[in-house]
Design a protein around this ligand. Structure first.
Ligand SMILES: Nc1nc2c(ncn2[C@@H]2O[C@H](COP(=O)(O)OP(=O)(O)O)[C@@H](O)[C@H]2O)c(=O)[nH]1
Ligand SMILES: [Mg+2]
Length: 206
C-alpha cells in the first residue's frame, strides 16, 4: 500500500449522518489522548489531516478521511475513558459508537489503539466486547513506543498481549514520532482491503 493522498470527507455528529456507502472503512478507536488523530496523520503521512490535541476528551464526532481518492476511508471515532465526563455524555458516546457499528456495512476492520505504557483498561475491554458482539475484526496497535526503550516496549507489548490473550506478534507497535510501525500498518491495510469483505475471493496462486 502506497498512500498518495488523503483528505477530510465529513464529520457525523449523529446516527443520521453516518455514511452508508460502498467505500471500505477502517475505524480507529481508543481512549481519549491515546493518539488516534496522530495515528491517522502517521498513516496518511499528513501532519495536519486529523486534529491532535493535548486536551483529552474534546471530539464527539465521527470524522471520515478518504485515502487514495476513495480507495478506503479512515474513520476517527470519538475517544472513551475520559474521567471528567457525565453519565449523560457517556451514554451519548455509546449511542453514536453503537450506531456507527450497526450502520456501517462497509466497515472492514477496527484499529484498537492502546498506549504502550498503560495497562488495558475496563473501557478498552468494553470496546473489545462491543467488537466481538458486532462481529467486527480488529487489530491491536500500541501507540507512543518512543516513550520507552526498545526492550521496555517489547516487554510492555508482551504484557498487553497476555492480558488480551493474543500472541505478541499480533500487536503492532507504533510511534507517530519515530514512525515506527508504519510499514506494518500499511501491510495490514493491504490485507484488510484484500480479504476483509463479505465476498472473499479464493487465492488464485497455488
Ligand atoms: N511521544 C508521542 N506522543 C504522541 C504520539 N501519538 C500521539 N501523541 C501525543 O498525544 C497527545 C494526544 O494525541 P491525539 O492524536 O490528539 O490523541 P487522540 O485524542 O486519541 O486523537 C498529543 O499531545 C500527541 O502529540 C506518539 O506516538 N508519540
Ligand atoms: Mg483525536
Amino acid at each position: 500500500m502506497v498512500i498518495t493522498n488523503a483528505s477530510f470527507v465529513t464529520s457525523a455528529a449523529s446516527a443520521a449522518q453516518i455514511i452508508q456507502g460502498e467505500t471500505p472503512e477502517i475505524a480507529v478507536v481508543g481512549r481519549s489522548n491515546v493518539g488516534k488523530s496522530s495515528f491517522i496523520n502517521l498513516i496518511t503521512a499528513n501532519g495536519k489531516l486529523a486534529k491532535t490535541s493535548k486536551e483529552p476528551g474534546r471530539t464527539r464526532l465521527i470524522n471520515y478521511f478518504s485515502v487514495n481518492s476513495g480507495q478506503f476511508y479512515l474513520v476517527d471515532l470519538p475517544g472513551y475513558g475520559f474521567a471528567r465526563v457525565s453519565d449523560a455524555e457517556k451514554e451519548r458516546w455509546a449511542d453514536i459508537i453503537e450506531a456507527y457499528f450497526r450502520a456501517s456495512p462497509s466497515l472492514r476492520n477496527v484499529f484498537l489503539l492502546l498506549d504502550i505504557r498503560r495497562d488495558v483498561s475496563r473501557d478498552d475491554v468494553t470496546m473489545i466486547n462491543y467488537l466481538y458482539h458486532f462481529n467486527i475484526p480488529f487489530t491491536v496497535i500500541c501507540t507512543k513506543s518512543d516513550k520507552l526503550s526498545r526492550s521496555a516496549a517489547m516487554d510492555r507489548r508482551r504484557k498487553i498481549a497476555l492480558s488480551l490473550k493474543v500472541g505478541p506478534d499480533n500487536i503492532i507497535v507504533s510511534s507517530a514520532l519515530t514512525r515506527q510501525g508504519r510499514a506494518d500498518i500499511l501491510q495490514r491495510i493491504d490485507e484488510i482491503l484484500a480479504f476483509g469483505g463479505a465476498d472473499i475471493v479464493e487465492d488464485a496462486e497455488e
